[in-house]
Ligand binder design. Sequence first.
Ligand code: FES
Ligand code: FES
Length: 172
Amino acid sequence: MNACIPVPLAESAHAALPSWSFTLNGQAVAVHCAADQRLLTLLREHFMLVGAKPGCEVGRCGACMVWLDGRPANSCLLMAWQLEGRQVTTIEGLSDAPQSAPVVDALAQCGGVQCGYCSAGMCMGLAYLYQQPGMDAPTASALMCGHLCRCTGYGGIQRAIDSLFPASTSAA
Ligand code: FES
Ligand code: FES
């Protein structure tokens, strides 16, 4: 299910701004805005997709994570000019991905969701790792270091990681 609902822009207000075309959750979209407009702002204020959260807004916490061409990226660091011709997937678009349900279930069942502010970004990161062949729990845990939980409830998140990935894939 895609929740992308582009909001029409007033021609008079935006005619002088450049247009950027990209794919958002499987839908072709175009937006008129300054080249340095951040994707996080576009998602939340133009496309009304508020799953990606503004946390640190300097690329340190992962709360705003999306996928860009299928790879994790912090939307607070992506500018409009970088989106041209690219594919953006948000947590709203991830619901169609087969790897999303196990990740959501693991976080929910292991107590990995507390206030939930970081949860969408955590899901984006974990769902990406879940589709990587040979991923194990220690590696996944290390690669999730860019996701900060302000509740400091890392125990539940770690339990979710442990339930999703084998303990180790290294040869004995
Ligand atoms: S808000 Fe983007 S990384 Fe923290
Ligand atoms: S669940 Fe509260 S910030 Fe992570």
